[in-house]
Design a protein around this ligand. Sequence first.
Ligand SMILES: Cc1ncc(COP(=O)(O)O)c(C=O)c1O
Length: 476
Amino acid sequence: MKTVPASLDRRRIAEIRDREEAAYRARTPRSAELHQRAKRAMPLGVASSFQAYAPYPLFMTDAHGSHITDADGNQYLDLDMAFGVLAAGHSHPILAEALAHRIANGTCYTFPVEDGIVLAEEIKRRFGADLVRFSNSGTEATMDAIRVARGFTGREKVVKFEGGYHGHHDDVLISIQPPRELMGPPDAPLAVPATAGMPRSRLNETVVAPYNNPEALEQILDRNRGEIAAILIEPVQFNIGVVPPLPGFLERVRELATAHGAVLIFDEVKTGVVLAYGGATEHFGVQPDLICLAKSIGGGVPIGAFAGRGEVMSVIEKLPESTGAGTAMAQTTIPGGATRVAHLGTFNGNPLSMAAGVAVLTRILTRDVYPQLHAMADRLTAGCQSVVDEFGLPGYAVNAGPKGCVMFTPERVTNYRDFIGLDGELWEASFFYLANRGILLPPGPDDQWTLSVQHTDEELDRYVSTFRDFASEMSA
Ligand SMILES: Cc1ncc(COP(=O)(O)O)c(C=O)c1O
């Protein structure tokens, strides 16, 4: 924990945190009751462990535009937006109409539909990709992209960055937020499993690198020369608040991937179609070999996709004779002598998800909405920063396009090691304070707000003014 300015004493933070948590409990008895019941039916009382937080999660009943309502009838300005799924906002009328049509006309065929072509063509256009495949989540997208990279290169290892989250399959559920005592040296982080139940052997295939440290990445690649199938990176690290790439970092990652014959995969599950029309790829002007998409492309309907260079993606049709690095395909990666990479899934490209994707990408998140989303986010960040400055809070406001947060640590975070210094108690006090006054942020300091085309400046001003009240009480 970093020390806080003298004006913020720890007792005060704890006092406000406890008072606000008590108020949260008093306002949400129905959620508490539902959580008790849910715990008897589901571990932690939730469907995904990310949904669980103390004392209990809010249970929701409905949501429209930029607002969401809990089981006690409390309404919130929603800034969580389903962990960043909803750049289109809740139930956008265009999306609602497209889905209603689909629901009335069959939601799953396992035969292809024309909407799938339209959506694939749209993704190609936005991301400069040659070929696209659909899945049902971000997890599936990164899992499949890694398999494609392995098939293409004939290699097995994957580089991921410490603090990065790429879904819940074994290759990537490693070094998400490792405990300090296990994480190893800063320039050569150890691979630390983020779950029980993972075979230890999986740790040999995932190599962990520090984000924003090109020199360390270069050394790691040198130490694993000829073995790295893919470098998987979230261009802005959004699992530790908001941590943008330092100038030149992504460019250097691109160069190193090329030099080492590794497939560069941008995990654009959060950045894609949110940061810009063409995601982080367009925003930073760095072209990866593959991208992974999910979340916002479906406007709230489960979907995933990966896309990229034709040469790489076509391993789904046929493996190359030799790898990009010029070595023969390693037999170890082709069990049973398979001649292509399997990419499968009952729900892939289902009519409901495809209709949602087409509506969102071609009719809602069109190119003209991005300047407005960026302007709103910049204004919100400036508002939060002015509060931080006025009251000397230990922190700073930051955004990357329509996604941002207040990082409760005085120094700029450039990687996971810096993030560990975040003041969790101060963050918690602010979360409950804001929730009790109708402003809902994601329930964790590692996530961030996502603005949608249905938010307004007036709503965001309300957030800033409530945050100001919080800061003022905190430093009183
Ligand atoms: C960057 C990133 N990649 C992948 C995923 C996994 O996506 P999903 O939860 O749809 O499996 C997430 C989820 O938060 C994510 O933020």
